[in-house]
Write a protein that binds this ligand. Structure first.
Ligand code: TXA
Ligand code: MG
Length: 539
């Protein structure tokens, strides 16, 4: 098949491109997002050529590109107020909205759905092609299905030369990622594909917006949970890509210790000079717009390195970063590597300032488990445990409703040291098991550090589930004053409580980190230091 290469600055060549569209042919056009493979959206034969050239599954619907807002009316059943707001703010631009389709839109264009996706592009050559041809244009990204979307003429040329009637040779695409796709059917609009128009921008305009779960579901590593729309492999170079969530220093260290003949890096500009293996940068770490602009070009470059595996650094998941990450995990076939999640045991004598440290760690993003609360959970003791307690102490610790009477149990169990030991022997394994299951749940839910706030961490044996131990300490006089104030105690009561606990030296001997809380101003910086040491996720 002959492919015309069109120079868009020559009027007659653009006329030829428009003529090809009018006659039901296919033309690759630049847009601000990625290059698109365009044909008359209302001509079934023309649309069929798009599917054929791309090797695209026929149930994957196309986006129709129009030049002006009024042109969407004949294509849809209705346009709500929210869509009008979005159009006013973001069109022309990198946003695609989905509406119920009118009968004018052929089923082949909408992939058999009764909805249709619409976009008004900003790129002047795309607009010129629409205007000169007088048609509305179906245009998916101009790549072979499954490979990275083209953001430069060379990419299109490699994939589609001799498979289409014409290619308009435009500039590299400025946005670099495909448009944000948002479903406007239903009450609350839902983002199906993130792009340069961000969820935050849409939410601030509309008040609310949903984000489809599949957008970052690579995080769960659970491929079964992916939505059907995500069933196709996307954007993939031949080299295996693994997306790493490691913090920068850990990432650099890991890669520099690997075999540079086999392993490379897909990283940020700032990382290149720190690495002594081959690397391709996909933008500035702190500027996700540059990442969007260069990601696909970088994916195209990767295969030229002739490596087995490339480790990509995960971008931040906010703003445009979400769109970058969404494409990256698809390029990696959802292969992500997460750092080990550490469990930090936090303990100390009463009044040592443990809770304020727990609060700071929580603010920094750690999940904090309050062990005292765990012991009071209604389902903490299973039946066999309750039976054992009855046998050991008394049958009336279970009331008529079949519930544990905690007051009664305490009255028996704390009546002597011996009884307290008996109680601990029975209940502690269940408490520690419960804590372990809460820890697992936090890990599954993507928490990056887990803190176990436990006054009697060692005595309960809960240190067995911890990777590191942090001990809070403070001078005795200060602890005394703190608990007198906090718990409204007399000095005598407070002293008795303090003296019944393990000695400070006994606890600190078992610590990996110690924070002295006497100087309040320093506590935050010290807690941040511990957080940074133990949380190996990217910041
Ligand atoms: O930036 C872009 O959107 C580029 C340029 C060329 O405009 N186009 C593009 O098209 O990325 P394509 O076909 O590669 O991606 C369109 C996405 C697909 O994931 C498709 O499943 C989805 O939009 N889509 C299209 N119509 C839909 C509909 N009615 N319901 C749900 N998803 C739809
Ligand atoms: Mg595509």
């Amino acid at each position: 098949m002959h492919t015309h290469i069109i120079n868009p600055s020559i009027e007659n060549e653009m006329k030829l491109a428009a003529q090809i569209i009018k006659e039901g042919g296919t033309v690759v056009m630049p847009t601000e997002t990625v290059y698109g493979l365009a044909a008359d959206a209302l001509n079934e034969n023309a649309v069929e050529k798009i599917f054929k050239a791309k090797g695209r599954p026929s149930d994957n619907p196309l986006i129709i590109h129009v030049a002006n807002f009024k042109d969407i009316y004949p294509l849809v059943k209705n346009i709500g107020e929210k869509a009008k707001l979005l159009a006013e703010k973001f069109w022309p631009g990198p946003l695609t909205m989905i509406f119920e389709k009118s009968d004018l839109v052929p089923s082949i264009t909408s992939g058999g759905l009764d909805t249709v996706a619409l976009r008004i592009p900003k790129d002047k050559h795309a607009r010129e092609l629409i205007n000169k041809s007088g048609k509305v244009l179906a245009a998916p990204s101009a790549n072979i299905s499954g490979s990275p979307s083209p953001t430069r003429f060379e990419h299109v040329y490699g994939d589609l030369f001799s498979k289409v009637d014409a290619i308009i040779k435009g500039e590299p695409c400025k946005v670099g990622l495909e448009s944000t796709v948002i479903n406007m059917v239903g009450d609350v609009p839902k983002i199906l594909r993130p792009g340069a128009v961000t969820a935050e921008e849409i939410a601030s305009l509309l008040g609310e917006v949903e984000i489809d779960e599949s957008i970052i579901s690579g995080l769960s590593l659970d491929e079964e949970a992916l939505s059907p729309g995500m069933k196709y492999k996307h954007y993939s170079p031949n080299t295996k890509i693994i997306v790493s969530h490691l913090a920068k220093d850990d990432y650099i260290k890991m890669l520099n210790s690997m075999d540079g003949k086999k392993v490379g890096a897909l990283c940020f500009d700032e990382d290149v000079n720190l690495l002594n293996i081959k690397s391709v940068s996909f933008g500035d770490e702190y500027d996700p717009k540059t990442q969007a602009e260069y990601l696909f070009s970088s994916l195209h470059k990767i295969d030229k390195l002739a490596l087995e595996t490339v480790y990509a650094r995960a971008p931040k998941l906010t703003g445009v970063g979400l769109a970058v990450y969404n494409r990256l995990i698809r390029a990696a076939g959802f292969h992500c590597e997460f750092p080990k999640v550490n469990v930090l045991g936090l303990t100390g004598q009463t009044g040592s300032g443990k809770s304020s440290i727990a609060r700071i760690l929580g603010d920094l993003g750690a999940a904090v488990i309050d062990c005292d609360k765990v012991t009071r959970l209604p389902d903490i003791y299973p039946k066999e445990c309750l039976k054992q307690l009855q046998k050991t102490f008394s049958y009336d610790i279970i009331n008529e409703a079949g519930e544990l009477d905690r007051k009664k149990l305490s009255s028996y169990a704390f009546s002597s040291k011996e009884n307290t030991e008996k109680l601990n022997l029975i209940v502690l394994p269940y408490i520690v098991a419960k804590i372990a299951s809460i820890i697992e749940e936090y890990k599954i839910n993507g928490k990056k550090l887990i803190v176990l706030d436990a006054p009697t961490l060692f005595e309960a044996g809960a240190d067995s589930v911890c990777d590191k131990i942090l001990v809070a300490k403070a001078p005795k006089e200060l602890r005394l004053n703190r608990i007198i104030k906090r718990d409204n105690l007399s000095k005598g009561e407070a002293l008795k409580r303090i003296n019944s606990q393990k000695e400070e030296a006994w606890i600190t001997a078992l610590a990996d980190f110690i924070i002295d809380t006497e100087n309040v101003e320093e506590v935050r910086a010290k807690a941040e230091y511990v957080f940074d040491k133990l949380c190996h996720y990217r910041k």
